[in-house]
Write a protein that binds this ligand. Structure first.
Ligand code: UD1
Length: 419
């Protein structure tokens, strides 16, 4: 288990290029299970989560290859050899469950281990299963596994009780090969849903309405191979925006879609951070004195829960009272006790964190409990006096491609120590 050793780094300066989106590429890799032809995916970040999804494809009988400096992933699943995914791969990453829809649609049967709880809450998959059942699948849950069967899926009207990203993706991937029309209402509208929809459409799927709360899909008999560029990772971009803001730096962030970053940009501007759009992305300049703000996480286009922890780090050193309310996940404040150990003044009251900004944080040993919590501690460490050691950084490697290298390129004093 490695760690990062981080020194107070002064103002970060320079340019950083954002990688392809983790949350886009995971469902898109799962979608390659829908065809026996070859799919080529560009701008794929070689993250450990991506490698788990790649291994899952190989486990089902597909072949995969990295090219072009490891940023292009070519996948061919000529045949699916089995309908059961290995427990080890499912247990490693919740997003493995995204293979359920495609394998069920192509093979008429799938057996996958039920994802367990995780550091940020219980995270059930009931909405995924409700959707697959509505498409005609016979679903049994036994011995920790979900076993779904359907000779032929048939289109249906599905209303999601909550606009779950993963459920919308799983249902879309099943419905593209179902007989007839599927309508998914109150679905997720995240940019990653639109990216998956574009990928499926380029394979020959008939989908309308992605990016709105109602998606209409007309099932087709088969899908073909395709080639696709992954959208830039909006959460990685947002994380570098905070890196610039918290160090009072001046950073140009390239390969971004500013439209996807509106909530984070609005909140940073409200805090006094200067953001200008450039030809290749945006330039973020820290404010000498930031204003306190309130933030509430919501499904897109609301403020992303995946940016909540990083914002809390910045607000911990923003004078005044800041309130951050988490509405998407039930238990997503695991980074707070670690930030308190660094000198932050934060109290949790039910779903809200009340943050009294302090003058400065102080370095110490802290532990990453999940991906974004890890990122938040690294950001805090950049602005904390002395040395901070962030442990359990495998969480960070799941979702940030070359995070330490990119930060060093901006002048951060961060070293990786393998454990
Ligand atoms: C995805 C993202 C994750 C992000 C989250 C919310 C990927 C790989 N991960 O996760 O980074 O934080 O969206 O933006 O894309 N829920 C249910 N029943 C279900 C499904 C979800 O109750 O069947 C609940 C969850 O427990 C959670 C909320 O809905 O409280 C949001 O979950 P969801 O949108 O499904 O997130 P993921 O797809 O797991």
């Amino acid at each position: 288990m490695g760690k990062f050793v981080i020194e107070e780094s002064g103002r970060l300066k320079g340019r950083v290029r954002i990688s392809g989106s983790k949350n886009s590429v995971l469902p898109i890799i799962a979608a390659t299970l829908l065809t026996d032809q070859t799919c080529t995916i560009h701008d794929v970040p070689a993250l450990t989560d991506v490698v788990v999804m790649q291994n899952l494809i190989e486990d089902f009988g597909g072949t995969t290859r990295w090219d072009a400096g490891d940023e292009t992933l070519t996948i061919a699943v000529k045949n699916i050899d089995k309908i059961e995914a290995s427990y080890e791969l499912c247990a490693k990453m919740r997003a493995s469950f995204l293979a359920a829809g495609p394998v069920l649609a192509r093979m008429g049967e799938v057996k996958m281990s039920l994802p367990g709880g995780c550091a940020i809450g219980s995270r059930p998959v009931d909405l995924h299963l409700k959707g697959l059942a509505a498409l005609g699948a016979d679903i049994a849950q036994e011995h920790g596994y979900v076993h779904a069967k359907a000779k032929k899926l048939t289109g249906a009207n599905i209303y999601l009780d909550f606009p779950s990203v993963g459920a919308t993706e799983n249902i879309m991937m099943a419905a593209v090969l179902a007989k007839g029309q599927t309508i998914i209402q109150n679905c997720a509208v995240e940019p990653e849903i639109v990216d998956l929809s574009n990928f499926l459409s380029s394979m020959g799927a008939q989908i309308r309405g992605s990016g709105t709360d109602t998606i209409r899909i007309n099932g087709v008999d088969s899908l073909s191979g395709t080639s696709h560029n992954i959208i830039p990772d909006r959460i990685e971009a947002g994380t570098f925006m905070i890196a610039a803001a918290i160090t009072n730096g001046d950073v140009e962030i390239t390969n971004t879609v500013t439209d996807h970053l509106k909530p984070a940009m609005a909140k940073l501007r409200e805090a006094g951070v200067d953001i200008t759009e450039t030809d290749e992305g945006m330039r973020v300049k820290g404010a000498r004195r930031r204003q306190p703000i309130d933030v509430k996480t919501l499904p897109y286009p609301g403020f992303p829960t995946d940016m909540q922890a990083q914002f809390i780090s910045m607000l911990a050193v923003t004078p005044g009272t800041n309130i951050v309310t988490e509405t998407v996940f039930e238990n997503r404040f695991m980074h707070v006790p670690e930030l308190v150990r660094m000198g932050a003044d934060i109290k949790i009251d039910s779903r809200s964190a009340i943050i009294e900004g302090v003058e400065r944080l102080t370095g110490t040993q802290v532990k990453a409990t999940d991906l974004r919590a890890g990122a938040s501690l690294i950001l805090a460490a950049l602005a904390a006096t002395g040395t901070t050691e962030v442990h359990d950084i495998y969480h960070v490697d799941r979702g940030y491609f070359q995070f330490d290298e990119k930060l060093r390129g901006l002048g951060a004093k961060i070293l990786r120590v393998d454990g």
